[in-house]
Design a protein around this ligand. Sequence first.
Ligand SMILES: Nc1nc2c(ncn2[C@@H]2O[C@H](COP(=O)(O)OP(=O)(O)OP(=O)(O)O)[C@@H](O)[C@H]2O)c(=O)[nH]1
Length: 616
Amino acid sequence: MSPRASSPLQPAQTKPASIRNFCIIAHIDHGKSTLADRMLQLTGAVEERVMRAQYLDRMDIERERGITIKSQAVRMPWEVDGETYALNMIDTPGHVDFTYEVSRSLAACEGAILLVDAAQGIEAQTLANLYLAMENDLEIIPVLNKIDLPAADPEKYAAEIAGLIGGSADDVLRVSGKTGEGVDALLDRVVGTIPAPVGDEDAPARAMIFDSVYDAYRGVVTFVRMIDGKLEPREKIQMMSTGSTHELLEIGVSSPEPVPSKGLGTGEVGYLITGVKDVRQSKVGDTVTNARTPAEQALTGYEEPKPMVFSGLYPIDGGDYPVLREALDKLKLSDAALVYEPETSVALGFGFRCGFLGLLHLEIISERLRREFNLDLIATAPSVIYQVQREDGELVRVTNPSEFPDGRIEKIIEPVVRSTILAPKDYVGAIMELCQSRRGTLDGMDYLSEDRVELRYRLPLGEIVFDFFDHLKSRTQGYASLDYEVDGEQEADLVKVDILLQGEQVDAFSAIVHRDKAYAYGVLMSGKLKELIPRQQFEVPIQAAIGARIIARENIRAIRKDVLSKCYGGDISRKRKLLEKQKEGKKRMKMVGRVEVPQEAFIAVLSTGETKKDAK
Ligand SMILES: Nc1nc2c(ncn2[C@@H]2O[C@H](COP(=O)(O)OP(=O)(O)OP(=O)(O)O)[C@@H](O)[C@H]2O)c(=O)[nH]1
């Protein structure tokens, strides 16, 4: 494949008419990275000699090790009819938790390539991002990828896509990121149909931050799209949400390695480095302006990141608490959405209550804590924000069951999501059953093609944060895809169920559940704990309670455990060994009142997410 591109345009001198800003909307594995590789190759942005598979992804891994910065936007030259254009490809996060970040990336573009696997068809996340792109008035270029696959069915899926975005199935481009077929035609289409950026070149500078990443060596690298005016190196810039000013140490473009430039003009996409150490000082959605001649009005659409899902993180080894605190402080530098505060649990000891954008965000953070900081953690069941109004009128914000107020309650408000589920039509019944059992209400249903259906449900966020996705997958043999977006609140009849061991409340097991499911939750939890907690030297009642009312009860019968009984008359070293072993075991026990609960019991009950799952 020989590159078709003449010498690139210089960033500071490129006129908006020669710029095209676009992103690729695609489901995981539909081939975004492979297609990006072909584009880098074809445009000559990356020389053949240094080309390697998943060029941009590779940079991602390097960034984790602090070697280079992640390329959130790549600039590529492309020539059409003797004229050179600068194409900026902007990366969009693919997952539902990061809808706001996606919306900012989209706001930085005039067009989007909708990339769909020609053997799979469109998926729910892609659909949700497509709708977002359409709401943002982006020009959509529909593309079927992997047409080289024997299983590809471009006719069927082209019709499906045409049905969604309008136009004819013939307008849907067909490419193979693997063989490179059709990629040049796609780049021509980008130049031909995506509008050039419009902005006021003479106005005071306004740049929208669509991403900021933390780099161990260079501090925060901020990715911006220039809307009006221009920015030049060594200027003082100002963040419009806070008014804070910073020296512009470096400004440039990624092509795809970072290349410093003489500035960025209207319509361009590039990066800024200011020496800021924390991504919170460079927030996605914020407007950057020139501190000397600031713009009067910030760009619209700025939002603070809002944590929606909360969970307590506790080190399994209490001695790791300072390590956990340090690790969270470090992660915060690169993640503006992570919030946390210290919390103590009677059962689990010292830990942190952490707020996340959603479940995936929670998973990413716990995984990073485990992998990068070597921490073994217990995470309490995820919870959402409830507004609880007491009878005396006081409103309490509850993100943790332990904050649930005692006494009489007037009403409880819970967050609700608008969800989209895509699946083959044979599974509609199973999906409806699941959504109904989670208090969902059907908003609508459409056939995308003969055999694929889009279901739209309103569901309480609290019902899906737990294990909804796992259930959806198992009921549809993995075929369903889900996307959701927080959409308002509703009143709900919820209660707090406590679990008591010998009359002592185990805070880590309390949960806020719908009244209809409280009994099932209580029975399930007490049954599980009975299996998991070893018999003690006295009888231990396990009770589930709503306030003072007991709704379920199990008993662990007493036993006198004498580890030495087996070795009557045995030699002393063997006895010592057994006693040592018993001591080891005790270390992993947590005391709840007088009851010894093995660490494993907490882990088994909390981390598998089996509690609410079975309590349906
Ligand atoms: N046959 C064929 N396989 C392809 C094509 N494009 C991508 N693939 C394969 O599909 C798989 C996923 O491709 P990626 O490019 O990693 O997909 P992605 O969308 O970037 O995936 P994530 O990085 O996980 O989001 C890989 O195994 C690729 O080799 C294609 O045009 N034809």
